[in-house]
Design a protein. Sequence first.
Length: 188
Amino acid sequence: MSHPDRLARGSQYIAATALVLVVVMLALNTAAWFFPALGAVDGGMGLSFSLSHRILGMEGLELAGLAWWQQLGAALISAIPLLAMAYGLLHLRSLFQQYACGNYFAHSAYGHMEKIGRTIAAWVVLDFASEPVLSYWVTMLKPIGHRVITLSLEPSVFLALFVAACVVVIARILLRASDLHVENQQFV
């Protein structure tokens, strides 16, 4: 198998995996709120994402004690940052679909790559902003003095923001490479 064929096949696998990740990520997040054994931190499977994981791990929170509408609201609130990440994964999928077709210098690759970087940053910001809303949501029916608003800032946030900035810069490099490719094609 030649190098371009392996590259195209690998790009197809990544494109397909990105789509599967979108579906699995959103489905697992929702399931973690309705099936406590899936998302439970202690004694459960721990199949929840960062925001849900932090909230589900709160001391004194009984997921089974929440009203169905609170569980639904929690699933929706916790899905907000994941929807941003899903949007980025869909752009990653589009980018690798282009690469699978051999369009390495397509001008639209820049747009996909830049949106990936921006959605990583949006995911971080939305995750940070959603945590206090979600923590209050799941404790709002508790008596006064037992309601909780949490806010956390982990070192991984800074790493994610750095990666987002790097991806945006790489996107700009791709744009420049695309422009140079077009110029070189005009001379041939």
